[in-house]
Design a protein around this ligand. Structure first.
Ligand code: F6P
Length: 322
């Protein structure tokens, strides 16, 4: 009997998810799997929103942001009884293979489906936050970073004209990767991330010192994990001599055409997921480390906080912000 493989996207959408769906569907079909899509992630698995995928579902989607499978966050899936119902919806169709594209919450669900119900699962890291252990990059991070850089350039124009300090709050959940990379790549003038202590006094001194050298603007990247940017603006206001404004970039960061990097990475990861399942391997996540595709047990990605070179990069960003 033909082996059946389902794909779902879960958690916050990320540019590149569609490219990964396409790769799994196309490579999966050519490897002999019958391919199914699950709508709205684990919620759709629970509500039995499962359908056969054909070429038309994945045609023309490689350059589209978001996810054609739709996505959701599913609280019920944290309970064993609901996971059993969802797993049964796969089993009654004879679906034994599953590719989950999402963040660490999605991996926790995937790991439980693998452990409790013997579903052969592979995880692909899809989140703009870049906060998954076992991979240097997640799908969507690069596109999101470029969206932030584009916004930074525009904000700098007006900041310079008015000689203002502008704080930009960027997403990332508890991780500072987006803020840090944007600060380095966009020539930011200050940075606040949750992984490091960020004394307001230090930022204020830095801004005042910069102004003495004739700088006309300050663009400060604030990761959302540090706290609300308006609170920070309130604290900073009295400590500097310049006019200050804040921008919350918000969900603009999650949309848009995926970058070439994200599309290639998504495609390679999708192909790798099929290869692993076809070779009888599962319970794994795929990552990219030192420019090579790697695999780790899903459990590894679920149980650890991502260790990264953040301290070194933070120091570099501070040095460049002077
Ligand atoms: O995990 C992706 C992410 O965009 C985070 O950066 C952010 O904190 C969160 O999702 C926002 O979630 P929602 O779209 O549900 O408000």
């Amino acid at each position: 009997m033909q082996k059946k493989l389902a794909i779902l996207t879960s958690g916050g959408d990320a540019p590149g998810m569609n490219a990964a769906i396409r790769a799994v569907a196309k490579i999966g079909a050519s490897s002999g799997f019958e391919i199914y899509g699950i709508k709205r992630g684990y919620l759709g698995m629970l509500n039995d929103e499962i359908f056969l995928i054909n070429d038309s579902h994945v045609s023309g989607i490689i350059d589209k942001g978001g996810t054609v499978l739709l996505t959701a966050r599913c609280e019920e899936f944290k309970q064993e009884k609901f996971r059993a119902i969802a797993a049964n919806n796969l089993k009654k169709r004879g679906i034994e293979y599953l590719v989950v594209i999402g963040g660490d919450g999605s991996y926790r669900g995937a790991n439980l489906l693998y452990k409790e119900h013997g579903i052969n699962v592979i995880g692909i890291p899809g989140t703009i936050d870049n906060d998954i252990c076992g991979t240097d990059f997640t799908l969507g991070f690069d596109t999101c970073l470029n969206t932030i850089l584009d916004a930074m350039s525009k904000i700098r124009d007006t900041a310079t004209s008015h000689e203002r300090t502008i704080l930009i709050e960027v997403m990332g959940r508890r991780a500072g990767d987006l803020a840090l990379h944007a600060c380095i790549a966009g020539g930011g003038d200050g940075i606040m991330i949750p992984e490091m202590d960020n004394p307001i006094e230090m930022l204020a001194l830095q801004i005042k010192a910069r102004r003495k050298t004739g700088k006309l603007h300050d663009i400060v990247l604030v990761a959302e994990g540090v706290g609300h940017v308006l609170e920070i603006e309130r604290e900073l206001k009295d400590k500097i001599n310049t006019e200050i404004r804040s921008v919350v970039l918000g969900h603009v960061q999650r949309g848009g055409t995926p970058s070439g990097f994200d599309r290639v990475l998504a495609t390679k990861m999708g192909a790798k997921a099929v290869e692993l399942l076809a070779n009888g391997e599962s319970g794994l996540m795929i990552g990219i480390e030192k420019n090579e595709l790697v695999t780790h047990p899903l459990e590894f990605a679920c149980s650890l906080e991502k260790a990264s070179s953040i301290k070194k990069d933070y120091e570099l960003a501070l040095l460049l912000a002077k």
